[in-house]
Design a binder for this molecule. Sequence first.
Ligand SMILES: Nc1ncnc2c1ncn2[C@@H]1O[C@H](COP(=O)(O)OP(=O)(O)OP(=O)(O)O)[C@@H](O)[C@H]1O
Length: 308
Amino acid sequence: MSEAIIEVNQLTKQFKSNRAVYNADFKISKGEIFGLIGKNGAGKSTLLKMIGGLIHPSKGEIHLFDHTVKGNHTYFERMGLLIENPGFFPNYSAYKNLELIAISYGLKNRKKHIFELLELVGLDKLNKSKVKNYSMGMKQRLGIAAALLGSPDVLILDEPINGLDPQGISEIRKLILKLNIAGMTILISSHILEELSKVATKYAIIHEGEILEIISTEELLLQCEERVELEVDEANIIIPLLENDLNINNYKVLTNQMIHIYDTHVENKQIINVLVENKMAVHSITKYKQSLEQYFLQRTGREGESFD
Ligand SMILES: Nc1ncnc2c1ncn2[C@@H]1O[C@H](COP(=O)(O)OP(=O)(O)OP(=O)(O)O)[C@@H](O)[C@H]1O
């Protein structure tokens, strides 16, 4: 079993009459890229702020690195945060901005560390331009460098691709994957499942403050994979026919009445013919295909709606 380095139990945040997060329960293992997916106002930032130690939960527990962390800053210090816009001094260079944060952290060997981080995030370490002249993507990468200054074990990124152009998005994505390959555990939020699916290894779907589902990338892709859903009387009698007569090997028996067939080389008509020839009843046969976006909207009960 992989080691859970973040665990939340019954985590809840109530802002007066507004329940932003309710009874969140999940674990994040070391080395995972855990994607928190939810629409605007779903409660993503509030959840990330609690895990990052920026706000106190109204109820519930946070365990970081196997310790309960009620107000214990030692463990929150091992989290690097990029939540909302990082407050940089617009008239200072990237280096100067990072240096000021490093000084406030009391870091030694600052210059070397800052140069390494700027290089890691793809910013020119000798560039003296003022941050106010940076593109959105450059500012976000500088934000990630700032989050990495304290050499954290976990990086928390709240909607890091919001407002970026395709190139900016691609650069952030590459950076996330590079950091993860180097061993960083990452908790990242987005309202675009398609984008999150390019980096995340596991997802939590949050809707109106509640975690609706925790799903791995493999499960998610399987859920959305093109398939034929076949409803019959007795799957165990049908299976040998599918395998032997139609050479179907990639399938999943969900119940004794429902089979999902992932082999797309066989037409529905062929399946029906074989079953009818063998006097087997077919209650329904449906081709199924759904995009990640449709899956998310279906889970959050708003199918037919678009994101933005
Ligand atoms: N400080 C606060 N005081 C009162 N209500 C708040 C506060 N912060 C967030 N909320 C409310 O909590 C709910 C969840 O907000 P949150 O910012 O966590 O959602 P989100 O999923 O991050 O959305 P977005 O992508 O729009 O930031 C919203 O209804 C929001 O208005």
